[in-house]
Design a binder for this molecule. Structure first.
Ligand code: FAD
Length: 320
């Protein structure tokens, strides 16, 4: 019989990790250091890719995001993890394992799956926002606040949370304007807080942003004069990438800021054999938090496999 015509069985790993960002690479390193066979599948689009540097990263503050991940890939593969540039498109339980279809390289199987696929920032649908995202259009005071200290910052209001965002950025600069845009009417508490911190309120809808190169960004308003600023703050809706999770029978959990994959503190989800880490399961996780969650998930998955192997060894020894 010609062996070339026989279908090849999918490669089988202890663990397949979906996503090679801070969470996925940290999980893979913990697992590979525990001598587990690990495949990291990564489509290569980490959330902070548009940013110049990643801040609040201990020991490497300001490191370019892609440089940090290149170092992480090197570390994980140094312990034997396999890193594959590909996209996981579907997943299922099959014969006691988890099978994942990869767009370019076909199916792979694993005993356990870690979803570290991050989230999608759903930005306000306004001209200029997507183009300047991560540079002059910001969301997180801890990621980029220091970089705009003492500058002219405008907050585009989309929910009552925008008041909180304006107050946070006021810690970094005295020049903050809140454009009420799509917010509900400010209540008396919010009005008092904004006034007490000298935050200007412009009650007008924003119709778009214009990039002014070295001189900043113009906010174009409907029915009010344009405003010239250095940076604009928006509040994206955070939507965890969870297609595979839903295909495996999981249900996403709603959150005031978006939707995520619920898990226990070690990353274990409601779907048997599936863990989650990083922004997929924690919408507010910054790089170091995502990385920490990845290490925890990797350790928890290793412990789970250890106990499965022990149970099998006990049965084998007893002749069961
Ligand atoms: C503009 C901006 C700036 C930021 N700046 C900072 C900062 O300065 N400091 C900080 O601590 N945090 C910062 N953050 C937050 C930071 O981006 C996140 O904390 C971090 O990216 C979370 O890591 P993660 O591994 O969970 O997800 P990600 O880094 O998003 O990685 C997920 C990976 O999974 C891949 N993937 C997704 N689905 C699939 C699939 N089906 N198959 C294969 N691969 C898949 C993606 O392509 C991606 O490479 C910033 C965020 C933004 C938006």
């Amino acid at each position: 019989m010609n062996s070339k015509t026989e279908p090849t069985a999918p490669a089988h790993y202890d663990v397949v990790v979906i996503g090679g960002g801070a969470a996925g690479l940290s999980a893979a390193t913990a697992l590979a250091r525990s001598r587990r066979s690990v495949l990291v599948v990564d489509a290569g689009q980490p959330r902070n890719a548009p940013a110049e540097g990643a801040h609040n990263v201990l020991g490497q503050d300001g490191v370019p995001p892609l440089d940090l991940l290149a170092a992480g890939r090197k570390e994980a593969s140094g312990y034997g993890a396999e890193i594959r540039v590909d996209t996981a498109v579907s997943a299922r339980h099959t014969g006691g394992a988890l099978e994942v279809d990869l767009e370019e390289s076909g199916p792979v199987r694993a005993r356990r799956l870690i979803l570290a696929s991050g989230l999608v920032d759903e930005l306000p649908d306004l001209p200029g926002v997507q183009e300047m995202w991560g540079r002059k259009v910001l969301h997180c005071p801890y990621c980029h606040g220091w970089e705009v200290r003492d500058q002219r910052v405008g907050v585009i209001g989309t929910s009552p949370m925008s008041v909180h965002q304006a107050l946070l950025f006021r810690q970094l600069t005295a020049d903050v304007t809140l454009f009420t845009h799509a917010m509900p009417e400010l209540d008396s508490d919010a009005t008092e807080q904004l006034g007490a911190r000298q935050i200007r309120v412009v009650a007008a809808p924003v119709s778009g942003l214009r990039d002014e190169g070295d001189t900043g960004v113009t906010v174009v308003l409907d029915g009010a004069p344009e405003a010239e600023l250095d940076a604009v703050v928006v509040a994206p809706r955070f939507h965890a990438r969870a297609d595979l999770y839903e295909q495996l029978g999981g249900t996403m959990t709603d959150h005031p800021l978006g939707a995520f994959i619920d898990s226990d503190p070690m990353g274990k989800t409601e779907v048997p054999g599936v863990w989650a880490a990083g922004n997929a399961s924690d919408l507010s996780a910054m790089v170091m938090v995502a990385s920490g969650a990845g290490v925890m998930a990797g350790a928890a998955v290793n412990a789970d496999l250890v106990m499965e192997d022990v149970a099998a060894a006990v049965d084998a020894r007893a002749g069961r």
